[in-house]
Ligand binder design. Structure first.
Ligand SMILES: [Ca+2]
Ligand SMILES: [Ca+2]
Ligand SMILES: [Ca+2]
Length: 282
C-alpha cells in the first residue's frame, strides 16, 4: 500500500485523528511528492532566482552605481542616503518605489530619478517613471543607420517614422545627458535604371511636434563607388515640414546608383513624445 492510500483510509469515517498523525509521520520523507503535486510544481509560476527577470540586472547595476542597498531598509534600520531615507529617516524619494524603466537614487540629500537603457522621462513626472522608449534598435550613427532597403529610381516612394525623445533626467547609459536625446539615421539604396533619373528627394513632416522644438535634418549621397557627395542640411520648427534634395550626380551620364543617408536630430526646445514621418522619393 502506498502511504497516500493509507492516508486516504485513515481519513475515512470513524477513524481516529491520531491514526492520521501517526501515518503522516511514518510517511514523511519516505515517498516522493504525489504526481499531481509534481505536475503543479513543474507548470506553476515558480521562478528560478538564478535567472533574473528582464530589467533586474540593469536595476541592480544602477543601485550598485548609486551606492544604494539591494533592498530598502525598514524604519528600524534607517540607512541615510538611500532612496527611502534621503536626507532624513523615512523621507522617501517619490513615488516611494522604483517606477517603470527607472531607478530612484539619493544624491547628497536630493532625490533623483535615473532612466534605464533607452527609456525617457519625457513628461517629467516621477510616478510613471521613464515612460517613453525610443525606437529600437538605436540608430543614432551613420554606421547604425536604419536600413530602409533598396528601390530603383523608377520605384515608389519609401516612408518611415520615428521618435526623438529627450528629457532632463540623468541616464545610466551613455550619453547620460539626453537633453536633446539621440539622433536618428536612415539609409536607402537607390538603383539607377534606364528610363528614370535618380531623384532622392526627402520630405519630412514635423506636424505633431510642438512648435518650440527645432529639428535638423541632414542628408548626403554615397555613390556605389564609395565616393560621398556634398551634405545638405536644414532646420525646421515643430509643426512645419522640410524637404532635402542632396546631389546624386555620381557620373555625368553613367550609373548614379548609390545610398541616401539621412540624419534627424533635435537641436533645442521642449521634450516631446510626438514623432516625425518622412518620405523618400527615389
Ligand atoms: Ca515620467
Ligand atoms: Ca529615435
Ligand atoms: Ca536612371
Amino acid at each position: 500500500m502506498r502511504c497516500t492510500d493509507a492516508l486516504s483510509l485513515a481519513e475515512g469515517p470513524g477513524r481516529l485523528l491520531v491514526g492520521v498523525a501517526l501515518l503522516a509521520l511514518s510517511c514523511a520523507g519516505s515517498e516522493a511528492v504525489p504526481p499531481a503535486l509534481e505536475a503543479r510544481a513543474a507548470d506553476g509560476p515558480v521562478r528560478d532566482r538564478s535567472t533574473p527577470l528582464d530589467g533586474e540586472p540593469a536595476r541592480e547595476r544602477a543601485r550598485d552605481q548609486a551606492g544604494a542597498p539591494d533592498r530598502a531598509p525598514d524604519s528600524a534600520s534607517c540607512a541615510l542616503g538611500t532612496p527611502d531615507h534621503c536626507g532624513a529617516c523615512g523621507k522617501a524619494c517619490p513615488p516611494g518605489f522604483d517606477p517603470p524603466n527607472a531607478v530612484r537614487v539619493c544624491q547628497g540629500a536630493s532625490c533623483e530619478l535615473q532612466c534605464l537603457e533607452e527609456a525617457y522621462d519625457v513628461d517629467g513626472a516621477a510616478a510613471n517613471g521613464c515612460e517613453l522608449i525610443d525606437d529600437l534598435p538605436i540608430h543614432d550613427l551613420v554606421q547604425t543607420a536604419r536600413d530602409l532597403g533598396a528601390v530603383s529610381d523608377c520605384g515608389n516612394a519609401i516612408s518611415a517614422s520615428g521618435l526623438l525623445p529627450s528629457d532632463g533626467r540623468a541616464h545610466l547609459k551613455a550619453p547620460t545627458d539626453r537633453a536633446n536625446g539621440r539622433a536618428d539615421w536612415f539609409k536607402l539604396h537607390i538603383q539607377d535604371q534606364g528610363g528614370c533619373v535618380v531623384d532622392a528627394t526627402v520630405a519630412i513632416s514635423l506636424a505633431g511636434i510642438p512648435s518650440g522644438v527645432s529639428i535638423r535634418a541632414t542628408s548626403f549621397w554615397r555613390c556605389d563607388d564609395g565616393s560621398e557627395l556634398a551634405k545638405v542640411s536644414k532646420a525646421a520648427a515643430g509643426g512645419a515640414s522640410l524637404t532635402l534634395e542632396p546631389s546624386t550626380s555620381c557620373t555625368f551620364l553613367g550609373d548614379d546608383s548609390g545610398t541616401l543617408y539621412l540624419e534627424l536630430r533635435k537641436e533645442s526646445g521642449p521634450h516631446t513624445a510626438q514623432g516625425y514621418t518622412l518620405t523618400i522619393e527615389p
